[in-house]
Design a binder for this molecule. Structure first.
Ligand code: MIG
Length: 665
């Protein structure tokens, strides 16, 4: 049951697509106080577990820290950070007495102090006192998630090809470099589905332009790649360069589509191209206008995009720069002591992503002028929406790959997300594992991290272990930052292991795509914590490094340097597949309980659940080349049981159709 309590005059985020029963007050177990802010408090028992909050640091059980919904461009995802790129305000409490979910529908900054200041208290504070609070009560966590997801609407549906392996780097600088990546993958018979174009394909970082010096044959490149069934996926940034004669700039200025200062002039922010304006994505007309621009690339044959810098990231504002320079001038020639030297450093450091800048510009929402900081968390969401709404007009019925860096709940209907600038650290592989179920709870199903890590230098063992987890995530993209060691898979020595892992991914696609599509249609999760399913088993509450992927399997990734195996907890007897490759694996039954399971560098552990079947394909180097007629079924205690395999053409947007289900026995 979903009920709603409204406080004040709520800004329409369009996160919710369904009505809910209206109540005048929140249930007794929540203490609510309303002033300039709204505070909700809940007294937790020692054993209460708190789930949700989507894209965030730390574990699956969020208890024991403070998380803040405030979309941030922060490329250092360390444990002490309170905010990443998304604002995912869905939280669930699971206690022995009671189980409930809350969705705070508000664009405001919201702080979740989950037993941080006081171990027994859950304290949620919304910085703005206008809020729609949804209370969701069901008999299980899975049902709470389902009710919540019905409330916010069906998740974005990615094309099937986007389940292939994708290679990215900031940046492949020229057309030749792109061709070389494709050639090297083909030479080694490494499967590959897409190559990414980061900011350098553009002319001077201007959205919807092509650098003709470095990509003179852009159109031919797309066609040649298409011949080889490789998709090119260009990046689109949130800021539009100020430059006379640049069409997007001229049109935006003329029509008043950019965010404005209080005095009505267009707000200026420094981003990649230097001085930029921000399209007013909260304005319907501006959204339609910007969205239509994707056609420049669609027309050339592009069918996938990633939206970046849409928190929005601001390197500096004109106002911020002025303040910084005037401070620098004021201390110039001084004998700088400990205080002044720190102030000087801060003056420079604070010009980027400064919260003051978010108070310096305004949106025009249906004629109403709204200061950005009040609706900050909706910017990336509405950039993605701009694209998706345009795709619906430009290429009706066709699925286009779209994922974003910044997001809020609501955006899950328009695109996927990637989890931003992680690093080549073992701890970030573990973070990737732990984040997946939380993202799924919030409706982000087409999602994944930069495999191998974005920042820092990769090592070979970390790359292989990361592939072994990433092979289960819908977005399976290797991406790295400029200046870091190259991590295209042909750079590594153990090529047979790597090829086997890529082939294994393609063999898993029939199952993964099936589970993904069912999760989309049925508002379910694809990645589940064990505790959501094995509800009678108390120990599983502590297991955060193993996950259920779909209905048939449990995975237990190795995420430690030099490890040649790991401890695994089995909540029931399962069949362990130790997979070296598509047809090379040992299988062994493990009983319920704790086990140490060996897994050498080339081996992936997949556990088939009792009463379930895992369908496995053969080798394929493109998604379209997967042979669905020769799927092998691996079952455990599954006599008389079947697996419902979902499959469709992978490119048409549609509705649930029983014809797409095949029972595999
Ligand atoms: O400030 O486009 O998260 O994936 O490679 C960095 C360059 C801007 C941040 C993205 C990253 C991308 C990078 N971008």
């Amino acid at each position: 049951m979903v009920r709603r309590v409204s406080y004040g005059n709520v800004f329409r985020t369009d996160a919710v697509v369904k009505s809910a029963e209206q109540m005048t007050a929140a249930p007794d177990y929540l203490q609510v106080s309303v002033g300039n802010t709204i505070t909700l408090q809940y007294n937790m028992d020692k054993t209460d577990i708190v789930y949700g909050l989507g894209e965030n640091v730390r574990g699956i059980n969020k208890r024991g820290f403070t998380y803040i919904s405030n979309c941030s461009d922060d490329s250092s995802h360390t444990e002490e950070k309170h905010s990443l790129y998304g604002a995912h305000n869905f939280i669930m409490v699971s206690s022995q007495k009671k189980m409930f979910g809350l969705f705070l529908d508000s664009p405001s900054t919201i702080t979740y102090d989950i037993g941080d200041s006081d171990t027994d208290l859950l304290k949620i504070e919304a910085a703005d006192s206008n809020l729609d609070l949804y209370i969701i009560e069901e008999n299980s966590l899975i049902e709470i998630v389902k009710s919540f997801r019905e409330l916010v609407g069906q998740s974005y549906m990615a094309p099937k090809w986007a389940f292939g392996y994708q290679q990215s780097r900031w940046s492949y600088m020229t057309s030749d470099e792109v061709r070389e990546v494709a050639r090297k993958y083909d030479e080694l018979k490494f499967p590959l589905e897409a190559i990414y174009l980061d900011i350098d394909y553009m002319e001077a970082y201007k959205d919807f332009t092509i650098n003709r010096e470095t990509f003179p044959d852009f159109e031919q490149l797309i066609q040649d790649m298409k011949q080889d069934e490789i998709h090119l996926v260009p990046i689109i940034d949130g800021g539009v360069k100020i430059e006379d004669g640049y069409k997007i700039y001229e049109e935006g200025k003329q029509n008043g589509y950019f965010c404005k200062r209080e005095d009505g002039t267009d707000f200026v922010a420094g981003v990649w191209p230097g001085k930029c304006h921000f399209p007013d994505f909260l304005n319907q007309e501006a959204r339609a206008w910007f969205g239509e621009k994707y056609n420049v690339l669609l027309e050339k044959g592009i069918d996938g995009f990633w939206n970046d810098m849409n928190e929005p990231a601001i390197f500096y504002s004109e106002e911020g720069l002025k303040d910084a320079f005037s401070y620098i001038d004021s201390v110039k020639g001084e004998n700088l002591d400990i205080n002044t030297v720190f102030k000087l450093r801060d003056a420079v450091n604070n010009i980027a992503n400064n919260p003051d800048d978010y108070k310096r510009f305004y949106h025009n929402v249906d004629g109403e002028k709204i200061r950005h900081d009040k609706v900050h968390n909706l910017f990336g969401y509405n950039m993605t929406r701009a694209a998706k709404e345009a795709f619906e007009k430009l290429v009706p019925g066709k699925r286009i790959l779209m994922f974003s860096r910044s997001s809020a709940i609501g955006a899950h209907r328009y695109g996927g997300i990637w989890t931003g600038d992680n690093a080549s650290w073992w701890s970030h592989l573990l973070l990737n594992i732990k984040m997946m179920p939380s993202l799924n709870m919030c409706g982000f199903l087409y999602t994944g991290a930069d495999i191998g890590g974005f920042g820092s230098n990769i090592t070979e063992d970390l790359m292989i272990r990361w592939l072994q987890f990433g092979m289960f995530t819908p977005l399976f993209r290797n991406h790295a930052a400029i200046g870091t060691r190259h991590q295209e898979l042909y750079e590594f020595k153990q090529k047979d292991i790597i090829r086997n892992m890529l082939e294994l991914r393609y063999a898993l696609v029939p199952y993964l795509y099936s589970e993904y599509m069912k999760a989309v249609y049925k508002n379910e999760m694809m990645f589940l914590p064990l505790s959501f399913v094995y509800t009678e088993d108390e120990y599983v509450n502590q297991v955060e490094d193993q996950l259920l992927v779909g209905e048939s399997i449990m995975i237990a990734p190795v995420y430690q340097q030099n490890a040649t195996g790991r401890y695994v907890y089995l909540p029931e007897d399962m069949l362990c597949l130790k997979m070296k490759g598509v047809s090379e694996y040992e299988s062994k039954v493990y009983e319920k309980g704790h086990h140490y399971v060996e897994a050498g560098l080339g081996e992936v552990l997949v556990f088939v659940r009792s009463g379930h079947i895992l369908p496995l394909g053969g080798k394929a180097d493109r998604v379209s080349r997967i042979d669905y007629n020769s799927l092998k079924l691996i079952g455990y205690k599954a006599e008389g049981k079947g697996y419902e395999l979902y499959n469709d053409d992978g490119i048409t947007e549609g509705n649930w159709d029983e014809k797409n289900i095949r029972i595999m026995k």
